[in-house]
Ligand binder design. Sequence first.
Ligand SMILES: *Cc1c(COP(=O)(O)O)cnc(C)c1O
Length: 377
Amino acid sequence: MPRPILATVHPEALEHNLNQARVRAPDARVWAVVKANAYGHGIERVFPALRSADGFAMIDLAEAERLRALDWRGPLLLLEGVFEPRDLELCSRLNIWHAVHCTEQIDWLAAHKTHAPHRVFLKLNSGMNRLGFRPEAFRAAWARLNALPQVEEISLMTHFSDADGPRGIAHQVAAFEAATADLPGERSLCNSAAILRHAQSPLRGVGVSTLAADWVREGIALYGGAPDHPEHTAAGWGLKPTMSLTTKVIGVQSLQPGDTVGYGSAFTADVPMRVGVIACGYADGYPRHAPTGTPVLVSGVRTRTVGRVSMDMIAVDLAPLDAAGVPAGIGSEVVLWGVSPSTGAELPVDEVARSAGTISYELLCAVAPRVPFADPA
Ligand SMILES: *Cc1c(COP(=O)(O)O)cnc(C)c1O
């Protein structure tokens, strides 16, 4: 028998979360962001549930090819554009749109002998200082692209650094407005946090139409994570968990006061208690930094991890189950995050991430290759 660890993707939750984006940004077309193998879910696994998206956005050309192999004929967008000139060949052949964020990418286009003219998303660095042209260089980049026979259509995009937090987006929206005011072309600004927190609240001097049109780029909210946890929860945003990571109890120990658990003896029992040992560890993608107290569901009951996460195992506190008279032993169901198949109880991935000092994005993307996924229901 294989190890009992299993990841399950919930297609109906993906559909539901996509519909939530439609409710919040009704005038926009939605890019379903499927970079990092659909945030760890698997592009092929999420595709049937997300096929009503208006397009798919990713980083890697190979992921774009996988969407075409699934017979997706609609828009595809490379969010970082091409990494070398020969990538343009595949973009022409498979009709993949691509971001243009630096002068070199324009040089490559100018030298490219294209089959078909390209649609590009010219990226403004409106303050994040990661990718994009600075405002004073934006217009010249646009004019240069506009003069190229290789370019058919230019859209305009930028990315927010603080849509999830107190600084907000107003300063970046203002920079975008100023740099693009009289330029034609479709716009794309919002990520999940901006869709959830800002798309419906017009900023001073900026219409909803500018912000949430023409394309929004939704990632984590599709996958049931709250980008601004713990200020908001996924459930509070009306989002459903799209992935469950489950396993089983494979060992049980009865501890006496003073007994320790695991490497480094990082946990010491102060009362008699039972701990379960579960088949999940950091080699499955579970965060090694998750401290004692990280939430976990055993038989649908919320309890905590104890001691250090090891490569293949984690110990969990069975005392809450014993106190409640819930039987627990070898074979008991464990939910690391997501939904309990037996009781429907939920453990938000955001809570596990927070306990481990990270974000849901990282946990979802980090599910390791050795973890099998359940066949679609
Ligand atoms: C990843 C990414 C997104 C999606 O971000 P979420 O916070 O997951 O919604 C949007 N735009 C760009 C450019 C990205 O790289």
